[in-house]
Ligand binder design. Structure first.
Ligand SMILES: [Fe+2]
Length: 353
């Protein structure tokens, strides 16, 4: 990284789905009539196991980097908790407990920024609790960043932003089908050095069974999706996302300019996901993982959603590996190092600017 006074490093975690064993700690009020109960109980068990075993090691590795690199803040890409409490006080307690647990290994006082994920608002009363929590918590964390300035009315979804070292950091609710506030926020960054968009669901169509569950993925967003694509491209923006439980990197280039996206996951749900494993490293691999799983209309829909991004895709990476990341930011460059599992040696490096 170039050494200049405006250089800084952000350490990052993907989805963490923080939870605890036994299930009764946070799920004693869980509504068993939920049609997804069987799957959600599997998730509770998955979370409990990974947070008892591997994830604390991943957290420790990220905290070591934060200390060694003098990180400015910790960025978490949403689904910080599992949710599914079905009880507002329990949901609030889960948020407080889990964020306390997650930040514990890091240097004292390191600001912790997290974006709204679908699990963060999942369960009865959860959305209200989260929005109330986020407006206070995130505002406090931004205030703890030296020189950071919140913009446009503080922390309020669907979009909020702040400036830091001349960069514009935008956080959005990825399930808001009206993309106009995100477009406005990106376009407001005309004078910014770099523009970062943090969104739980990716903007680029992911190679994933839930490929429409993304920022701008629903049909209601069809009209404005090209405008957000253009706005991000004109600003050479950097998109940081999560949600898919895969690690991905995209470089888009087009007549407007271009932008890059990095999608993270810290859901180390099986031991082998701590290694890079099988990867796709060229644009020919875009969609190759999920394509064989679809047929008929769903296959055609998948192809159409890939097709929106495919013509401008210049670089692509995809891995099932979970891990953590660090973003090095300077006047002339932005780069993401991806660390699989509990590694403190970079597994991959991606140029974002
Ligand atoms: Fe998610």
């Amino acid at each position: 990284m170039d050494k200049d006074s405006n250089s800084y490093v952000v350490v990052g975690l993907g989805d963490t789905h923080c939870d605890a064993e036994p299930e009764s700690v946070y799920h004693s009020h869980y509504d068993e009539s939920n049609r997804w109960a069987e799957i959600q109980h599997q998730e509770f068990r998955r979370n409990g196991e990974m947070w008892r075993t591997r994830c604390p090691r991943l957290l420790g590795a990220s905290a070591t980097l934060a200390r060694d690199l003098g990180a400015a803040f910790l960025l978490q890409t949403g689904d910080v908790i599992q949710g599914d409490c079905d009880d507002a006080p329990t949901h609030r307690k889960m948020l407080g407990d889990c964020i306390g647990l997650l930040r514990k290994p890091y240097p004292a006082g390191l600001p912790f920024l997290t974006v709204l994920g679908n699990h963060d608002i999942r369960g009865k009363g959860a959305r209200e609790v989260y929005l109330d929590f986020a407006s206070e918590f995130i505002a406090r964390e931004i205030a703890a960043l030296p020189g950071a300035k919140p913009r446009r009315g503080g922390v309020a979804y669907p979009v909020f932003s702040f400036s830091f070292h001349g960069d514009l950091w935008i956080f959005c609710d990825f399930e808001n089908n009206d993309l106009q506030p995100v477009i406005d926020a990106v376009e407001s960054g005309g004078g910014a050095r770099h523009v970062f968009l943090v969104t739980h669901g990716p903007f680029t169509t992911p190679d994933d069974g839930s490929f429409r569950w993304r920022l701008g993925g629903r049909r209601e967003a069809d009209g404005l999706r090209p405008r957000l694509y253009e706005a991000l491209s004109r600003r050479h923006a950097i998109v940081i996302s999560g949600h898919t439980h895969y690690t991905s990197y995209y470089r888009h280039s087009n007549s407007f300019g271009g932008f890059c996206e990095f999608t993270a996951t810290s859901v180390w749900s099986r031991p082998e996901l701590g290694e890079e494993g099988d990867v796709f490293t060229t644009v020919d691999g875009y969609g190759a993982f999920s394509m064989p799983k679809f047929e008929g209309e769903r296959l055609e829909d998948f192809k159409s959603q890939l097709g929106f991004f495919r013509p401008g895709l210049r670089e692509y990476y995809w891995s099932m590996a979970a891990g953590h990341f660090a973003i090095a930011i300077s006047d002339t460059s932005v780069g993401v190092d991806f660390f699989a599992g509990d590694s403190v040696v970079a597994t991959r490096h991606f140029e974002m600017i």
